[in-house]
Design a protein around this ligand. Structure first.
Ligand code: AMP
Length: 284
């Protein structure tokens, strides 16, 4: 197994990337918050297919967490993450601490006008400002040619693609498919919060999305009918609280009432204290 480099400072990371660029190597970046699972590993594999040098960042970004969210509780296991990265042939783990990225006088943020005003952005008003800002910072630090993001966080991927286009960032953004547990639950570091009985309630998200797929197959085109059915499925499980269930345009994220072309069905549900998201593209 080749050795892996752990870099903790911005300066060292930039210097390392400059060296790789001088050597003619292309760089792929996979931004993560750690506590890695197979979803993350699939992004690394995608990165390895596209670039010579693989950088994984591990940073629990405080600016994308709102008050009362799980910033402090967010699961961590760096040694395990490092072993997984080694196995995937990752070249560098960039793991800065918070003061390194947000020193005391930090004051510059990236915000988008429209995309954050939908789906997760409605209940997490600071989230995408934090995401856009940290991703911009990581791009400036790691200087990647490509960056891989999961379609599980569909709105995040849309925000990043828009930002890269709007600001002419020289990075190719690639979206990778949702990786699921054997029972169909979308993999998430937060799944570790779920007790066994909460886990079965957590499956109501995929059950709702699969049901929607079937309704579309049966010729249903009215979003409200599909959303109502999904709501009933989720509510039939105890201890669930729907944040949103939405059928929308995959580019603008604006709600779509009458389904005539492919739409995104996205949902966020709190199962106990754990907020879960999932989505599917519905093709009429
Ligand atoms: P996170 O560590 O949760 O911030 O996620 C880091 C990256 O992994 C993001 O681009 C996520 O969209 C992606 N990701 C998380 N879970 C999955 C999954 N189940 N399948 C594919 N990608 C995922």
């Amino acid at each position: 197994m080749k050795s892996i480099k752990i870099i903790n400072t911005v300066k060292e990371m930039q210097k390392h990337s400059d060296l790789m660029i001088r050597q003619g190597k292309s760089i792929a970046l996979i931004p993560t918050m750690g506590f890695l699972h197979e979803g993350h590993l699939s992004l690394m594999q995608e990165g390895a297919r596209h670039a010579d040098h693989l950088v994984v960042s591990i940073f629990v970004n405080p600016t994308q967490f709102g008050q009362g969210e799980d910033l402090e509780a967010y699961p961590k296991n760096f040694n395990r993450d490092m072993e997984l990265c080694k196995k995937e042939g990752v070249d560098v783990i960039f793991k800065p601490d918070t003061p390194e990225l947000y020193p005391e006088n930090f004051q510059t943020y990236i915000t988008l006008e429209n995309l954050p005003n939908h789906l997760c952005g409605l209940s997490r008003p600071v989230h995408f400002k934090g995401v856009a800002t940290i991703v911009t910072k990581l791009f400036n630090i790691v200087k990647p040619d490509i960056a891989i993001f999961g379609q599980k966080d569909f709105q995040q991927l849309a925000v990043i693609k828009q930002m890269v286009s709007d600001l002419h960032m020289p990075v190719k953004v690639i979206g990778a498919p949702i990786i699921r547990e054997a029972d169909g639950l979308a993999m998430s570091s937060r799944n570790t919060y779920l007790t066994p009985e909460k886990r079965s309630a957590a499956l109501s998200l995929l059950e709702s999305l699969n049901n929607a797929k079937q309704l579309i197959k049966d010729g249903v085109t009215d979003s409200n009918i599909i959303i109502k059915k999904a709501t009933d499925i989720v509510k039939s499980h105890g201890d669930t609280k729907i944040d949103y269930i939405s059928i929308c345009d995959p580019e603008t994220l604006e709600n779509v009432r009458n389904i005539k072309k492919p739409v995104l069905m996205a949902m966020a549900v709190k199962v106990g204290k754990t907020r879960l998201i999932d989505n599917i593209i519905l093709i009429p």
